[in-house]
Design a protein around this ligand. Structure first.
Ligand SMILES: [Zn+2]
Length: 614
């Protein structure tokens, strides 16, 4: 059967399934989910059930079988069932001897107490379930319809939010949901509880906004902003490819990140996200990002990313397309939605994209393509030294895509942009949804849809560790990078009196953290003043020029007074004290600034780049 992640609710209504998972929540307070897996139409001497080791979109082996316990298998069903003989083929694959039985049942517990967008989190208040971490698949039978029977107390937990489709109307005993195949099940997280839900119809489809939290926030306002996001992105692609889409927005202390799915997304933010303007913009940008993924990565996708092997790493150099491109578009779409001004958008590019990339020494030692290929051991398992060893394909990939977009706009005199390439990718998916794109095909589509030759340039940027030609490309839209230190406006007291001289903000090239009253080095940039002074990760900073320091602010204060001169630093490493001379520098910056007198053409190209559609 062809690989497909497309499902409409009407395709599931009234179906039957030979593979059904019944999930019990009686032990939710202990973070346990009881799984009863019922498999009919069994044939052959053995049945192999496998727990996935990772979740698509999150490139790390998580070994979900490690959270599984009390696994037993049965032949037959009901009172007459008998225990089956089982053995493990590997860490996640259970082999069941069927002995001619046509029905097999497997029961197990899942410990669900890790709160992220890609792991299960169950307690007395709610259940967030990631099917790759709950549901074993039956080898050879992933193309079949799968049902999930939720048996929660629907008086206590009245809301169920998931892209899985209802098989029948919910009853007081719970709810029966379904997926056309295991890939769709795996791609459809479930939130169950007493969370708030808002719904709206737009672009001919239903939308649900599910917000599980006990924090006070303006869900109506948030829903109105999500409507803008849907409008802007749907217009870009000429409509939406789903009948129903679910935004799950998790709000809890320490939350962050998101995970994309074909008909839903999970977005996690801190409770303060709706209280502060810059944090709200970050949340809206995250929502733009994960929603954009329903096109770019779930449907428009690298050939390696679907169908998936859930048992092992899947390698692709194309995460620059999947995540880099999406990272470029998230802030651009945030601007197009009207959540930021053009000036704020350029400041974001300056600070969070180009400025941030220029502070990553790893950009000079590993290419973006390699960083993508090795995501499993680099971005997703980054050591504290990671930023010296590789650039994130989100960050550098996004900056490369910025340059690509401006290059296309410039060389086509504003007639084409990357939006045209996105629409060509989208058409390509609709013609051949079962197979993803190769890198070569992707670049060919960019060239065909824009009439601009980009292959050599783009592959050069993606494959090399050279600095990117910011000024050469971005000059076309009236922007240039500036590496000089931003001079602070002189502070005055009263009408015109000068303020006292204060220490500068120093650059040491380290990241410091405060831990139980100690100042501990968390990271050291290669080649920086801290590295030259011989300071290492986990060293404890004790004094600067004989002045005892107890806070990071005090370290900056004394180092700021020694910029360009040098200070004696006293520190502690592995039980021994040491002293070293460190020479703080003034803070380097690589930021985007406006060209002073832009030409008419630069103004026109800027307009073509930053046009809004809403
Ligand atoms: Zn993403």
């Amino acid at each position: 059967m062809m690989y497909s992640i497309e499902q409409r609710d009407e395709q599931i209504r009234g179906t039957s399934a030979a593979i059904t998972y019944t999930l019990g929540f009686a032990r939710a307070p202990q973070h346990l989910v009881a799984v009863h897996m019922h498999v009919e139409r069994v044939s052959g001497p053995t049945l192999v059930a496998v727990m996935p080791s990772w979740s698509p979109g999150s490139y790390k082996i998580r070994d979900y079988a490690g959270y599984q316990g009390n696994v037993v298998a049965w032949l037959g069903t009901g009172a007459g069932r008998v225990p089956a003989k089982t053995s493990w083929r590997d860490k996640a694959s259970l082999v069941i001897e069927t002995d001619g039985a046509s029905t097999v049942e497997i029961e197990y517990l899942i410990y669900a107490h890790e709160r992220t967008v890609r792991t299960n989190h169950v307690n007395r208040n709610h259940a967030f379930l990631v099917p790759t971490a709950v549901c074993m698949y039956v080898e050879g039978r992933t193309d079949e319809i799968h049902h999930v029977n939720l048996t929660h107390d629907s008086a206590a937990w009245p809301s169920v939010s998931s892209a899985l489709s209802p098989v029948e109307a919910p009853s007081p005993k719970g709810m029966l949901l379904g997926a056309l195949n295991y890939d769709i099940l795996a791609d459809s997280p479930i939130e169950i509880g007493d969370h708030q839900v808002r719904t709206f119809d737009l672009a001919g489809a239903k939308h649900e906004v599910a917000v599980p939290t006990n924090h006070v926030l303006d869900v109506e306002w948030l829903t109105r902003q999500i409507q803008r996001i849907v409008k802007v992105e749907a217009e870009m692609f000429g409509g939406v490819p789903y009948d129903r889409y679910v935004f799950i927005i998790q709000i809890y202390p320490g939350a962050g990140g998101g995970l994309e799915h074909a008909r839903s997304s999970v977005n996690a933010v801190e409770p303060s996200a709706l209280l502060d303007k810059s944090k709200v913009v970050n949340l809206l940008s995250l929502l733009c990002h994960e929603y954009f993924h329903l096109w770019n990565i779930k449907r428009i996708r690298p050939v390696e990313l679907g169908p998936f092997d859930y048992t092992r790493e899947v390698y692709t150099p194309l995460l620059w397309l999947a995540e880099g491109l999406t990272s470029y578009y998230d802030d651009l779409l945030t601007y197009r939605c009207g959540f930021t001004t053009a000036k704020e958008y350029i400041e974001t590019l300056s600070k969070d994209h180009i400025g941030k990339l220029q502070s990553v020494p790893g950009r000079l030692v590993m290419s973006t393509r390699d960083s993508s290929y090795l995501a499993w051991l680099k971005l997703y398992m980054a050591s504290p030294d990671g930023s010296n060893r590789f650039p994130s394909y989100y960050l550098k990939g996004g900056v490369i895509i910025l340059l690509l977009d401006v290059y296309i706009i410039d060389h086509s005199d504003g007639r084409y942009s990357l939006d045209d390439a996105m629409r060509a990718f989208w058409l390509r998916y609709q013609q051949n949804p079962a197979v993803g794109m190769t890198e070569s095909e992707c670049i060919a589509l960019i060239e065909q849809s824009t009439n601009i030759q980009v292959r050599d340039r783009l592959m050069g940027w993606l494959s090399s560790t050279d600095e990117l030609p910011y000024d050469e490309i971005l000059g076309a839209v009236g922007l240039i990078t500036d590496g000089t230190e931003k001079t602070k406006e002189a502070v005055k007291i009263g009408e015109s009196l000068d303020f006292a001289t204060v220490p500068m903000i120093p650059f040491l090239g380290w990241t410091l953290g405060e831990n139980s009253g100690k100042i501990v080095v968390k990271a050291v940039e290669d080649g920086s003043p801290a590295a030259i002074a011989g300071i290492g990760i986990d060293d404890e900073i004790l004094a600067i020029d004989g002045n005892r320091v107890a806070t990071v602010g005090q370290v900056d204060h004394y180092c700021g007074a020694s910029v360009g001169k040098g200070a004696i630093l006293t520190a502690h490493c592995d039980g021994r004290l040491y002293s070293t001379t460190i020479t703080p520098l003034s803070k380097p910056a690589r930021r985007l600034v406006e060209i002073e007198k832009p030409t008419d053409r630069q103004k026109q190209m800027r307009e073509a780049w930053l046009k809004r559609t809403l």
